[in-house]
Design a protein around this ligand. Structure first.
Ligand code: SF4
Length: 898
């Protein structure tokens, strides 16, 4: 494995019997013996390896450390990985299935058996399927586990019911990448780069924090420079060579000015551009009267971007010319060894934000740093997706509640509009699963979600699959306790570097027990209480939906050995590791192991490394590809298999004006705001590197580090508005207001205020409804004009099985700002644009810290206004959506036709 030496890890051959002194017993020397069981972190999508230290005497996990055998994380973790221990031993976690009694949301629950819950849920689904009400079954995921597992289940049921959180997360950036190359995410080869450009630190301080951060550090040790574009001085920005703090939403202007410099300096890899850009089609589309020569295409590029001078960029963004120019020179000098990344941030903050990723990738196209060592590749080159056993064919359903015709190019499901769609009676839901997902808290306009979830006519049955309480689970009919990251099976692979690996998340107590000679039919036999793992849940639920096989569902879940019983996870993953992971069976055989036993032993497998320039890979005549110099090559997954400067898709679907990389002015464009008065731009989506949206609330290790939620405000603004640090401020959005305390800091540009999106958790009952380590006790009431949330108490110590709960010393639960944001869909990408134009004022006499007020009638009106900006399908050939644009659960080709 390509990793710097780490010497402090127990060697694999001693993982079954590792002995060390108990640090907590110091100064006594108390020996402890452990089994070390590898698994995979579930606390962000980077999928780092973990090693569980299972105490041989007590059978408990004592701690989690990094798995040195994991090719992505190489033994390292961020703070969130070891905090898996807190999630396992949270004294307040839900250990048994709960069923609502009384009205939904009233907080009255009874413990029920799994049998009863499964029968009820399966009965409703089976009836809906038998009656052709397929669109009434919906699964809504927050943190995804394994690629393809639930998609396979939904296929078996024949429903188009996959809904995800991606359109409140990353689909802005994804759209920008997809319109260039088909692939919708980047994979930066940070370790070998000479210049690294990060658009905001969201990614490197949140998702991918550890695997990317460690490689960026290696690059810097080798002399690379790092530039971070972020209105806020993030941890990453503070460690960068350049911090560029633009007006939010102007990032594309800066990137196009850099592109224009590269063109003027001729710092362009013409061989690459001529070979891999769709320049002939672009010229034909944008300047049909010119001769179709490459030189004319370059001239067209220069003319198109000449207005983006450094002066213009500096004026528009508020960043000094010298800094922009220095970054442009750094990129030009790096050439093929230029790596970059944008995720969330500008792409998800602004209407038109998807163009930021498109403009960023333009710099790679010009410098030829696409797919190179030290450059940036499509993510799919560096992420491995194994095949699933016995996969059903795609369904021919198209669910308009998820893929409405107003957003034919939306990169992912229009999930956050669901309550508005139900309000308009576009449909109803018979069974709605939320899975490690908390839309009432996470999504914009959460009170509209709350209204929807309370409505038992529109949502027949809400099943929350969750290890813990949450604001959304409170409004469920069933809460079914699912295992945390160390209590379940998943395969994981992500683009952490220029190589592919597959990680195996496994239930560590089950695996440790099996090594001790115990046997388990189901993971819940080893997990605490009656906590299930999801894979077994879906298998067993599918059996019950179709007990006699008449619906055609059951057969996809029958054991290959014995069709009279459900498939086991060992059979499932045994097939996968035997049949679809290149090199794994051979490697396992060398050690005398089955592929499954190998993955159980190491927790990860490196498939290959140094994957560069795969666009040059030969393609056979029956494979997708493109002719280049007489050879058929793989190219990219765009419609032309080239990199598309001009996108015919955008033109054909009504978006000609943005069919090339373009600067789109944001809904928070600074010149349109009353900056002389009290209007400012709120940046509400920055991450704290030590918290997770709604899954770190019970992680005492993490809350002890991060437990404050101030409104960042530059002293220039604070002086103008008369704010001091600690003052209570009322922040008014388009649909309501919230109240938090000011923090004067020069860590963000004037004109912008910011609040992290991690905090503001709440519960409605003292000892139930959310984690007391992190949440406020609140009252919620409906007034004539809207909803009001008020804190009754902040975080306080409480008595539990964990003595640390009585030692809680932090008090600030934060403020639930997302409630006050109207939905704001980008008409192209479908991404919710998070940044807010807000008005700031000192709090009014009756205001209290944490107050939130929202007018949901107004939020629905704003939703309708935004819908009026859409350009609905169908598009060419009567299609609902271009077939080449990916979907997580693609239906059969005929379903694309209206
Ligand atoms: S970077 Fe993500 S996957 Fe890795 S340890 Fe941190 S939270 Fe876990």
């Amino acid at each position: 494995m390509d990793r710097p030496a780490l010497s402090a890890y127990p060697p694999v051959e001693r993982w079954d019997d590792w002995e060390e002194y108990d640090a907590k017993a110091w100064p006594k020397r108390v020996r402890r013996r452990y089994r070390l069981v590898p698994t995979t972190c579930f606390n962000c999508e980077a999928g780092c390896g973990l090693l569980a230290y299972v105490d041989k005497d007590s059978g408990e996990v004592r701690r989690f450390e990094g798995n040195p055998e994991h090719p992505g994380s190489r033994g390292r973790n961020c703070a969130k990985g070891p905090a898996t221990l807190n999630q396992m031993y949270d004294p307040e976690r839900i250990l048994h299935p709960l069923h609502r009694v009384g009205d939904r949301g009233d907080g009255k629950w009874e413990q029920v058996g799994w049998e009863e819950a499964l029968e009820d849920i399966a009965g409703r689904i089976g009836k809906a399927l038998a009656e052709g009400r397929h669109d009434e079954i919906m699964y809504h995921v927050g943190r995804p586990g394994e690629d393809g597992f639930v998609e396979r289940v939904l296929r078996a049921w024949g429903v188009d019911g996959h809904n995800s959180h991606t359109n409140i997360c990353s689909s802005g950036a994804r759209t920008g990448y997809a319109m260039w190359m088909g692939y919708d995410r980047p994979s930066a080869d940070f370790a070998h780069a000479r210049f690294i450009l990060l658009l905001s630190a969201q990614l490197e301080s949140g998702h991918y924090f550890n695997p990317h951060a460690q490689r960026i550090i290696e690059a810097r040790q080798g002399g690379a420079q790092v530039a971070t574009i972020d209105p806020r001085l993030s941890n990453t920005a503070s460690m960068s060579d350049f911090w560029l703090s633009p007006w939010p939403g102007t990032e594309a202007a800066m990137l196009l000015a850099i592109a224009s410099r590269l063109l003027e300096w001729d710092a362009v890899d013409h061989d690459f551009v001529r070979r891999w850009v769709n320049w002939e089609d672009s010229l034909q589309a944008r300047a049909p009267d010119r001769d179709p020569t490459y030189e004319n295409f370059v001239d067209l590029l220069k003319e198109t971007y000449r207005p983006y001078t450094l002066d213009y960029a500096a004026e528009e963004t508020g960043v000094e010319i010298e800094r922009i120019e220095a970054v442009a020179k750094g990129i030009a000098a790096a050439g093929h060894r230029f790596a970059s990344h944008t995720w969330r941030a500008a792409g998800s903050g602004n209407l038109g934000g998807w163009q930021v990723a498109r403009c960023l990738f333009f710099l790679h196209v010009l410098t030829g740093s696409v797919g190179t060592r030290g450059g940036t590749s499509p993510s799919a080159w560096d992420k491995f997706k194994p095949e699933h056993w016995n996969t059903p064919p795609p369904s021919n359903q198209w669910n308009e509640l998820i893929w409405p015709n107003e957003f034919p190019l939306s990169h992912y499901e229009m999930s956050y509009l669901l309550p508005h769609f139900l309000k308009e009676r576009r449909g109803r839901l018979e069974v709605y699963f939320t899975r490690v997902y908390n839309p009432v808290w996470t999504n914009p306009d959460g009170f509209t979600w709350l209204e929807m979830l309370k409505d038992t006519e529109r949502v027949g049955l809400h099943v929350a699959l969750s290890p813990t309480w949450s604001e959304t689970a409170w409004f469920a009919d069933y809460i079914l306790p699912m295992g945390v990251g160390s209590e379940r099976h998943d395969t994981m692979s992500y683009e952490t570097h220029a190589g592919r690996w597959l990680g195996f998340r496994q239930p560590v107590l089950r695996v440790a027990g099996e090594r001790d000679g115990q046997s388990f039919e189901r993971t819940y036999q080893a997990n605490p209480g009656e906590v299930w793992e999801e894979n077994e849940f879906w298998i067993d639920l599918s059996w019950r939906i179709d007990p006699d096989g008449k619906l055609g569902v059951r057969r996809w879940f029958e054991s290959p050995e014995d069709p009279t019983r459900p498939v086991s996870v060992d059979e499932y993953y045994g097939w996968m590791f035997n049949h679809s992971v290149p090199g794994l069976p051979e490697q396992a055989e060398k050690e005398g192991l089955t592929p499954l036993a190998y993955m159980r032993k190491y927790g990860a497998f490196e498939i290959d490394r140094n994957r560069y320039e795969l666009n040059e890979t030969p393609a056979s005549a029956d494979q997708p590809g493109v002719e280049r110099d007489g050879k058929r090559l793989s190219g990219f997954t765009s419609p032309s298999h080239l990199l598309e400067w001009h996108s015919d898709t955008l033109r054909e679907w009504g978006w000609e004006e943005v069919s090339v990389p373009t600067y789109v002015k944001s809904h928070v464009y600074w010149r349109n705001l009353d900056l002389e008065g009290n209007e400012r731009i709120l940046v509400p989506i920055f991450r704290l590197p030590t918290l997770i949206h709604t899954r770190s609330g019970n992680a005492k290790y993490l809350y002890e580090i991060s437990h404050g939620h101030p409104l960042w405000i530059n002293p220039v603004d604070a002086d103008q508005l008369g704010f001091e640090t600690g003052d209570l401020i009322r922040i008014t959005t388009q649909i309501g207001h919230f109240v938090m305390r000011a923090w004067r800091t020069e860590g963000l540009r004037p004109g912008v205020v910011a609040a992290s999106h991690h905090m503001g958790r709440w519960r409605l009952e003292e000892a139930m409804g959310n984690e007391r380590w992190s949440s406020a006790l609140v009252d919620i009431r409906q007034t004539e004009s809207g909803w009001m949330l008020r804190h009754r108490a902040g975080i306080e110590p409480f008595r539990s099985e964990d003595p640390d709960s009585e030692r809680i010393w932090w008090r600030d639960p934060g403020v639930h700002q997302n409630l006050t944001f109207p939905v704001n869909p980008d008409p192209v990408s479908g991404m919710h644009a998070w940044h807010q134009p807000v008005r700031l004022a000192l709090a009014e006499p009756d205001d209290r810290y944490g107050d939130v007020y929202v007018d949901t009638t107004r939020s629905h009106r704003l939703y309708q206004e935004r819908m009026a900006d859409t350009r609905p399908g169908p598009g060419p050939d009567g299609l609902r959506r271009p077939r080449w644009l990916t979907r997580p659960l693609p239906p059969a080709p005929e379903a694309y036709l209206v």
